[in-house]
Design a protein around this ligand. Sequence first.
Ligand code: EPZ
Length: 430
Amino acid sequence: MDKIRIVGGNQLSGQIAISGSKNSSLPIMVASLLTDQKIVLDNIPDLTDIKTLIRILKDLGSDISYSESDKQLSSIRQLNRRVNICSKNLVSNQANYEHLSKMRAGFLVIGPLLARTGYAKVSMPGGCAIGTRPVDIHLTGLRKLGAEITIEEGYVIAKAKNGLIGNLIKLSKPSVGATQNLIMAAVLAKGETSIVNASIEPETSDLISCIKKMGVQIEVRENNNILIQGTKNITGASHKIMADRIEAGTYAIAGCMTGGRLELTNFDPNLLEKPFEILRDIGCSIKVNKNSVIIEKLVSDLQPIKITTEPYPGFPTDLQAQFMALLTQVPGTSVINERIFENRFMHVQELVRMGANINLDGDKAIINGRTDLIGAPVMATDLRASVSLVLAALCARGETIINRVYHLDRGFEDLEKKISNCGGIIERIK
Ligand code: EPZ
């Protein structure tokens, strides 16, 4: 199994072009199941989660091809990866445990598959171990649209022999995946569906924007209410995937932790308003341009902070672990309250092994800074936890070896290349 070796202490300076968003690409690729016409998607990142989803879609019968072309982004050259998907001839309506155990987003196929074919058998999902992560909100919503659902031998079996029928669905929590699943199911349902207390994360908005290009009337109203007019006339579309705001936030923190002057390009800084506000409160300098930001650490007078994870536009849980690594370098006591997932502190024990002083109290982590971090062998436990260890290692003394790198490969494109181009010492050990 690959490992990553990092020698800390170097400042990161230079430019990093932000890749396409994983969490936007996945539901949008699944939306190709809604139509028998071709969907063309640009800015798809090269990640194992994308490859896993391609396998799931191919097993269902989707015809998928890719092409790559050089694109010039400011002074950086980057590949644009285009994925063409045509799901005209579906051959199966079953998504197996083998793939779903690796990636939770595969469960999103249940909504569109059921709506299109009247039947779907989909394995209960796996993914990052950050909580129990049930799928009850997805299933309650599908039942509201008229589906009959049973769970047998680890599989969810959903049937709607006469098609789905639009309805009012009130989500008990603004679940990102359930919102996306139900939007896709409702697109092919008869009549109007209103999803109340929906997730309006930027990635859900990107999905909605692609589905609109497919000819569907869909509207986001006040109070996180999404209104969908069901239709059978769904066309193909071309869509460019939004940039990955979590990748951008992660490198912004890398810039703050290591000093230097880091320019992040090719993304919309408005999507990181809350995290940037917090970085400024801590004492980092962030200059926001239209599609880029420049990050610099202010070396003196860093301030501790309190952070609570919340649905967008609040502070994202997917940046919680990375901020915790940063807060180990801030004098005073900072507190992070994790409100989205009940078990998303797996990085704490590894950061402590590197010298951090962090105590857990239920859903709160209390970080006492500033502590010197010292390189150590550490183990990645989930995607964002893994990258928090990369950040800690970049400003630690000595060498850190990060094990279980496959988590990082699920969500960070060209991580070693992007960091080493800016002066970080990082290499993959095969
Ligand atoms: C999405 O996961 C993201 N994944 C996650 O990113 C992200 O952390 C999360 O949203 C929150 O922003 C993708 O987009 C592929 P949820 P999702 O349903 O959809 C509970 C990453 O690192 N819940 O909004 O699975 C659930 O247990 C990943 O890229 C139910 O109780 O998240 C959690 O506590 C990790 N029942 C909360 O809701 C349900 O049926 C939010 O989960 C569904 C969810």
